[in-house]
Write a protein that binds this ligand. Sequence first.
Ligand SMILES: Nc1ncnc2c1ncn2[C@@H]1O[C@H](COP(=O)(O)OP(=O)(O)OP(=O)(O)O)[C@@H](O)[C@H]1O
Ligand SMILES: [Mg+2]
Length: 288
Amino acid sequence: MELQVEQLYKSYGKKEALQDVSFTLKKGIYGLLGENGAGKSTLMRIMSTVDFPTKGMIRYDGENIFTLDEKYRGKIGYMPQNYSVYPGFTAKDFLEYMGVLKGIPKEKLKSRIAEVLEFVNLSDVAGKKVKTFSGGMKRRIGIAQAIINEPEILILDEPTAGLDPTERIRFSNIISDMGKDKIVLLSTHIVSDIEAIANNLVVVKKGTVLKTGNVDEIIQIVKGRVWETVVSHEVYQKLRVERAVIHLKQMGKEVQVRFVGEQYPGAENREAEPTLEDYYIFAGGVNV
Ligand SMILES: Nc1ncnc2c1ncn2[C@@H]1O[C@H](COP(=O)(O)OP(=O)(O)OP(=O)(O)O)[C@@H](O)[C@H]1O
Ligand SMILES: [Mg+2]
């Protein structure tokens, strides 16, 4: 099971949304991390064959996904960033509609709907209209429709957007279950979501891939470059221009600062255990 994105380009008129994007996905959970406008949704739409690249290729187990077409589409589940449901649809109606679209045989569909509703913990609201659902429930019904055809590849665009902490945990449990035998790619611009859910990372910036790899290994890149110190407000004003500051805490006349890069001269620098956020801030300034 291998999905290979090869030298992908996508332009909208003069706007180049993706440039020379290459990476390979195998079984596991991948976070697609990038700021607003980085090209995450564009990439996911193309990977779901909802849109086409201007140039480049995607192969699933060696075969061009755009040639495989229906065969490939039967193997994927996709949740767009903004999807709409006919306002009158109940959760069950919506899943039935999606199931029929995906070609699931009628005799199988009923039990499959019950299964996925159970899986995303929405069985008790199966007969309620989706428009009355909370943000978190809408995301979960979005996941339910994406997995209804038992896909091998699951592509979820910003699945955690607007979720409260409880919903986030529930979601992360649902996803970890699925990473065992599927390729799961989920986009976010929330770094802590990646740490909680994904083991692997694809970082995109301005339409190009900045980094791919194992999350723990990527974090180690900034080991020995993350520092905490306490300085006066005056020193802080200089430090914040010269270093990438992760966060700070006001402490009366002084400021406690966490930053990445070289130690700051003239202050006591205490080395800190790196996190993905440290890497992300660091990578924003330096290409590593
Ligand atoms: N249909 C379109 N027509 C023109 N430009 C587009 C279109 N879709 C996307 N773009 C542009 O391509 C770039 C990438 O957009 P995309 O939606 O893929 O980013 P994103 O990483 O998903 O951002 P966000 O985090 O806000 O969802 C942006 O500059 C966007 O304005
Ligand atoms: Mg997007």
